[in-house]
Design a protein around this ligand. Sequence first.
Ligand code: SF4
Length: 245
Amino acid sequence: MRVCYNITSKCNRNCRYCFKFEKKDLSLEDNVKVLQNLVKNGVSKISWTGGEPFLYDGLFKLLKMSKDYGIINSVNTNLTTVDASNLKEKLENVDRLIVSLDFISDILNEEYGIGKDYYRHVSSILKLIKEVRPDIILQINTVLFRGNIDFIKDLYDELCHYDIDCWKIIRFLPIRGKAYSLKDDLSISDAEFKQVYERFINSRQPFKIIIHGLKEMEMRHDIVLSNGDVIYSEKGKDIKVKSLV
Ligand code: SF4
């Protein structure tokens, strides 16, 4: 069983289309209890997300514990706390590194809130990842929305220069947070989505491409929030199941 574990609500960026949860973070001690509960409940894969998961101080300890329990760890990051000097340490006990990348343009990265130098920084780290950890699965996640749909081919061309394993394109789902308040400005139409889907899904690519539309996004997925609540998100609704603390 797989869960998405939002270890922190904190983020050092301010994307206009962000749909993260806003909950208080738990102490490391409480997160250890949450992790043990997940193991007891048969969880075998954890996707550590946020906010920005590397901003949570206890993440390394939790990743190590999780790995010792035999869990497969993915970390979904904006890479902004990662540099050449700490890359090896950050990747310890990580099986899959998922990097958010929606634009390669400095202007658009600034306009949409992740920061002007974002791509330049991400680019410099992407080039190093497989040197440091040849065995890691490296995935890029791109939210497809009004702001980047016209530039998606440019992003694809750029990604071909990196040694990545997978590119996941996720149709913007205005489910909560800022994303919900800007849904009319940022959503794309079914026809626009279909065009991107057909452009990429069946052609030969140097890396695997996964495309999630609203159907996949609205399927049930289980999430542990940073306050220890377990919810499932289905058909655009978040439903609380229980607390693990
Ligand atoms: S989309 Fe990701 S990087 Fe941007 S503010 Fe939200 S959590 Fe942070």
